[in-house]
Design a binder for this molecule. Sequence first.
Ligand SMILES: *Cc1c(COP(=O)(O)O)cnc(C)c1O
Length: 425
Amino acid sequence: MKKTPFVTLEQLKEIEKTYPTPYHIYDEKGIRENARRLRRAFGWNKGFKEYFAVKATPNPYIMQILREEGCGSDCSSYSELLLAESVGNVGSDIMFSSNATPPEDFRLAKKLGAIINLDDITHIDFLEKAAGIPETICCRYNPGGYFELGTDIMDNPGDAKYGMTHEQIIEAFKILLGKGVKHFGIHSFLASNTVTNDYYPELARRLFELAVELKEKTGASIEFINLSGGVGIAYRPEQEPNDIMVIGEGVRQQYEKILAPAGMDNVAIFTELGRFMLAPYGHLVTKAIHRKETYKHYIGVDACACNLMRPAMYGAYHHITVMGKDENGPKMTYDITGSLCENNDKFAIDRELPVIDIGDFLVIHDTGAHGFSMGYNYNGKLRSAELLLCEDGSVKLIRRAETPADYFATFDFEGATIKVKDNED
Ligand SMILES: *Cc1c(COP(=O)(O)O)cnc(C)c1O
């Protein structure tokens, strides 16, 4: 599918008067429409709830929009719990799916009344000592081995640090029942960024079968099944995007086949989607500031891997639109680079793009999830601003850009602090 930015060149020029590049911008309308589609896709399930994976886009303005669309928060750390609380997500509006969890994180999750999702059987004792065992608990399952779907989707749960084995989860349920737990859920995350309509239905089949077995073997009351994240998006224009309506229907069929006959037709379906909820509705906007001709053609831009790590970290493809240039006009093959002293700081390698002039705006697509949030300060680079393109067409600053004073804020070295002040302009 052709990738079209949700902002026009005219809008970018207008925004530039107030906010210099680089920045991340999010599309409120797109976020809301997509969240509503997800709700419709699972409308057949009475208890359905999406817990937005906060790590994907940890900004309270975004979380607030999603809350208005009925979404809770999936958190995995102390600060993410605070973010959830800040938008009014407390109690069963928080799923706490953490691993290698510090005791203070469990304490805050318990205090907020979050649904705690235990990553390991030993976390039962750990949680009991840290905060006490709540009446509702979820356990994370890892079936081990390989997980395959058709030909190209494959992941390796057996090599993943998450979740309990089959034997452990049965044992964990028995121990938790003994400790007074009344309401149970199960969770599993088997493959990431799956661009297929088959992932959730296949995961659901496995979790539903496990739920029936757990009920039979332990008598536990299983009240929700959390399909977690992993529904992907088409980063490449030639990929066929997922159809969430088809995915919801696929899960419903497994539900009718496995849970309903076992008398478990009150089980709520939960999701913890991050990428699917936000990735397509964010752009990283940057400007071409250098052209360099050596053994290759380079365009140097004012963003770098600190603003978007995925290409450097995973070799991930992000589509790029050169704003205001005819896609059928003259082309060149470029490496699009940031300014880090790291040769992997490239948003695109050998990418054929319309001929780029200095000052052109480049829109890097699908950066709404795992974009800004994976940012870092290497080379003394500062985090960019985050903007929201509101439904009424106005633009709102939802996080200001960092300044050198922010970078220096965590050390108490007088000379350095004075230098920041001296050089402020
Ligand atoms: C990362 C993560 C998610 C979200 O994954 P996406 O691929 O962004 O959908 C959900 N749940 C857990 C436990 C995660 O670690």
